[in-house]
Design a protein around this ligand. Sequence first.
Ligand code: 6PG
Length: 268
Amino acid sequence: MSHSQPEILVLPDRAALARLAAARFVSLAQNALRVDAKFSVALSGGSTPRDLYALLATHEFSSRVDWSQTHLFWSDERAVPPDNPDSNFKMANDTLISHVPIPPENVHRIHAEIAPDAAAAEYEAALGQFFSSSRKAGEPRSRVGADRTARSDWTPRFDLILLGLGPDAHTASLFPHTPALRETSHCVTAQYVEKLNTHRITFTPRLINAAGSIFFLVAGVDKADAVRAVLFGKYSPEDFPAQLVQPIQGKLTWLLDQAASSESPSNN
Ligand code: 6PG
């Protein structure tokens, strides 16, 4: 499996990081819609992407996105209802979705208010339905059925997946030494995260690595050690799960602020 080198971009601060991410989001959306009738994006949770989502909601950027053909998903979710302050859906809805003319049917929320395993299975089936309806000719046909991605070697291909990075080098809800790191049959899984004493629903490495583009958005000095370990340390994905992000054919871009990249040379 060949993996090209990631693009590493170091920006002066969070605001500059958000602006570049917004510009790249718009460019990917416009390019995707030249090829297909939909732009599929998986949003990240946490706090870092808030500035990006707020920028995308401004006229400067929102007016350049065809929201009628943009479909929003989540790369992970906390096992809470959508109105819970911890909900990744709530954060994106408050900062972006409620401010742009995106049709409700284009917002594909993880139903994290139901049992985590059921929420993961339901989301995986929903991905299979959504992406199989737009699969290009010639791609291997998946078998029909709710767990189509689980039973076939076909994996949905997002145009863009946004990811964050925790100080422990987790990404999405792929935490160190957890079963989801080793999940290869499914594209979405649920797991109990002992260190957080909570359940999470998450994309698996298989689904993430099938994407056309992946952006890591990482800011803050508290992430510098994790960035250095993931990008320049020994390959040890059980300890540094973000090392599992190696797109098969897609492009991987790290968007870092100076604080998070304090000791990481950039190649931009
Ligand atoms: C989540 C995210 C998680 C996040 C990192 C970084 O659900 O919290 O998916 O992977 O991206 O923990 O979070 P911050 O952006 O808040 O530092």
